[in-house]
Design a protein around this ligand. Sequence first.
Ligand code: SAH
Length: 206
Amino acid sequence: MVERQLRARGLQDERVLAAMLAIPREQFVPEDERARAYTDEPLPIGFGQTISQPYMTALMAAALELTPSDNVLEVGAGSGYHAAVLGALAGRVIGIELIPELAAMARANLARTDRAGNVIVVEGDGSLGYPTAAPYDAISVAAAAEDVPPALAEQLKEGGRMVIPVGSPWEQDLLVIRKHGGRLLARAAACCRFVPLREGATHPVH
Ligand code: SAH
């Protein structure tokens, strides 16, 4: 996976490649998908949601330029896999997940793989961020938004980085954003397709 899907496509950040090697992806996918855990595709994790393609996880992690002391928010924790990868690169990761069953699954996956030390998963609407642990050095969003949710912009530190798919429900640009002088400077790094970020939801929709 690391050689063929990541390095061969130009991902050269050695810390990110090491993190991708260190986290056992098969432990984060449902049992009947384990044989496909290292294939070049997103996989279903239940409740109509998916774990991203490994390349996308690595690309997003690299774009955040994490350091070992960074405080990170991951919106849409799903299986917990992406949060685990970020946890191998940063100081602390808060994963936030709207669907309670997936939040529980992410916690169980992180505990089983011994990654729960600096990665915690909370249940809630991540389009509102997670003010309790803000501000963040980096924010990673794993679901597609029409625009950058204002709460996430606010909870990002000056100099902080955010990756977020922004666009229509069918196709998005993966934006890599940096906060500079209180403003967000964005560049589009890739074309992508994520499940929708449910915004302003008060009840989880299954
Ligand atoms: N990062 C995950 C991928 C999960 S797919 C992984 O590595 O497995 C996107 C996730 O975002 C889904 O689990 C979905 O339930 C969640 N989601 C959608 N809208 C959300 C919101 N407003 N707040 C928190 N999570 C949300």
